[in-house]
Ligand binder design. Structure first.
Ligand SMILES: [Zn+2]
Ligand SMILES: [Zn+2]
Length: 375
């Protein structure tokens, strides 16, 4: 089974302990945001009238019910809440990249900045594709900020144009993180014509299907990519042409997750919000989201809840004491060791305790460990 693990490297001579990230199979993530899709026309429709592709992908991945917008149910606040994993202020400024036009940036750091700064990724590896407009910007946080903003690819005026651009980028420059923002559903919802509203939903749905199929057709992405599909807000329960209050229709949104570390066919009933998307992607890709108020949706993963921490202590040169926190749902833990990160494959013990002492380290310079939680 695919398992959560952290590698720990203990150097006897100095007592140095180096911790690396979780070992998920996911090394790339595509996040698709469908603006203003009401749940009753999306994955909440038992007949999946307008969303056959997402309904099909749901069988291979996980959805969350209830998934909610728990704050402002309009785009200018809810989209940044997805990026930031928190409800962030949006601050007005004169944007030089848009000819000095009035624009907004987020007070809190975004998924783009966490990803690029912590993993030292170039801008070309972190692409935000949306239609041709002056995109809202990420933060000026002193640790993160403009040096870690995404590559904003703004092109065209329709969702299909955005998808064509995204597809070209996936094929040619294969970034490891991409956000695709689809605006048409909300736009046509506001115009109040039901047929046009639902037609744009079917287009967005087919784009989601094409995103996933394209990822599976490209060796760079196949088998190592997770896709998240969500939206910023719904629409009024009683009137699809508007949104913005706290009614059930406005609050209820969707979360579809699919990928090598996501359970197949899961309908997770742990209540979640749009703030949880960014921390979850961070967990998969190996970055932290310290300003986020959302939390990691570990319940979607194929593995048990991860061990929260592992420490290795040595009081002399003949043993190591490994300790970790109890992880939710875990009944036993397996301790593996080896002489390099690639060969941590010797099952050393299975225990229900949250500690173990390795008494065989005498004469060894360093040793690598991983601890996995089993439920
Ligand atoms: Zn709107
Ligand atoms: Zn409403």
């Amino acid at each position: 089974m695919q398992i959560f693990r952290r590698f720990f490297y203990a150097l006897l001579m100095t007592g140095l302990i180096v911790v690396s990230g979780w070992c998920f199979q996911t090394t790339h993530v595509v996040l698709v945001i469908i603006d203003g899709l009401r749940y009753t026309e999306g994955l909440g429709d038992p007949n999946h009238t307008y969303i056959p592709y997402m309904y099909s992908l749901k069988q291979e991945g996980a959805i969350v019910e209830p998934f909610q917008n728990d704050g402002y149910t309009y785009t200018s606040r809810a989209i940044p809440a997805i990026w930031c994993g928190a409800w962030t202020e949006m601050i007005t400024f004169s944007d030089p990249s848009c000819g000095g036009e009035q624009n907004s940036y987020s007070e809190l750091p975004t998924i783009f900045e966490y990803y690029r700064q912590q993993l030292s990724r170039p801008q070309s590896d972190c692409v935000y594709v949306l239609k041709n407009l002056c995109s809202w910007k990420a933060s000026f946080n002193p640790i993160y900020g403009p040096n870690y903003w995404p590559l904003y690819h703004t092109v065209g005026s329709t969702d299909l144009a955005v998808w064509n651009e995204a597809r070209t980028i996936l094929i040619n420059t294969h970034p490891s993180f991409m956000l695709i923002y689809l605006a048409d559903v909300d736009h046509y919802g506001h115009l109040g014509n039901w047929n046009n509203y639902t037609r744009t939903i079917t287009i967005a749905d087919s784009i989601v299907g094409m995103v996933w199929n394209t990822l599976q057709s490209l060796p760079f992405y196949a088998g190592t990519t997770s896709m998240f599909v969500t939206n910023d807000h719904g629409r009024h329960t009683s009137n699809f042409s508007g949104h913005g209050d706290g009614c059930v229709g406005c609050r209820t949104i969707q979360l579809l997750a699919i990928g090598p570390d996501i359970q197949e066919g899961l309908v997770s009933t742990t209540p979640r919000t749009l703030r949880d998307v960014t921390p979850t992607i961070g967990e998969l890709l190996g970055f932290t989201t310290e300003y986020a108020t959302g939390t990691v949706m570990t319940e979607l993963f194929t593995a048990p809840a991860p061990i929260a921490d592992l420490t290795i202590k040595t009081t002399n040169r003949t043993n190591f004491l490994l300790q970790w926190s109890r992880s939710t749902g875990a009944t036993t833990y397996k301790v593996y060791r080896g002489s390099s990160p690639e060969t941590i494959n010797i099952l050393t013990t299975t225990t229900s305790d949250t500690f173990w002492t390795d008494q065989t380290v005498s004469g060894i310079t360093y040793r690598f460990y991983q601890v996995t939680a089993i439920r």
